[in-house]
Design a protein around this ligand. Structure first.
Ligand code: SF4
Ligand code: SF4
Length: 139
């Protein structure tokens, strides 16, 4: 039986559908895919998490880590959307290693888990910045 990853359809928001962050999209068939695949919004068409892009190690599947890594268009900020139903899944050693690697490459990481936000950066300009702009949207 197929168990396809659909985690971004839960953790990320989709403005076109008024779908809030952190709740399953009403069109999602969990573990199967999108119920409106041919007509899904543009943001859903273009979104690829870092694991899907092959940037994260193969074993760090979103299904296993309960985290969806989403890189901003400018490549400077990566949001780690973590599933609060699994506690604090960004704190596992393997996810921490991935976060450290991104930060060491100069990328600012924002962990988003439920209402919590955590900023991890080596960039002094980002220190103390209010991260209200990062709302877990697919774009
Ligand atoms: S983009 Fe990533 S999180 Fe979304 S379904 Fe694909 S593998 Fe899962
Ligand atoms: S429209 Fe489809 S791809 Fe987009 S969030 Fe909903 S289920 Fe996922």
């Amino acid at each position: 039986m197929w168990d396809l990853c659909t985690l971004c359809c839960k953790l990320l928001g989709v403005e076109e559908l008024n779908k809030p962050v952190g709740t399953w999209c009403s069109h999602c068939k969990k573990g199967e895919g999108c119920g409106i695949y041919p007509t899904r919004p543009e943001v859903c068409r273009i979104f690829e998490c870092l694991w899907l892009q092959g940037i994260l190690p193969e074993k760090l599947t979103p299904q296993r880590t309960h985290c969806v890594f989403a890189l901003a268009e400018d490549g400077k900020v990566c949001t780690v959307n973590a599933d609060p139903d699994y506690g604090q899944p960004w704190e596992t050693p393997e996810v921490q290693l991935a976060i450290d690697a991104l930060v060491n490459c100069g990328i600012t990481v924002v962990v988003a888990c439920g209402n919590r936000r955590k900023l991890i950066t080596n960039d002094p300009a980002m220190m103390g910045k209010v991260v209200e702009l990062v709302e877990g949207k697919k774009q």
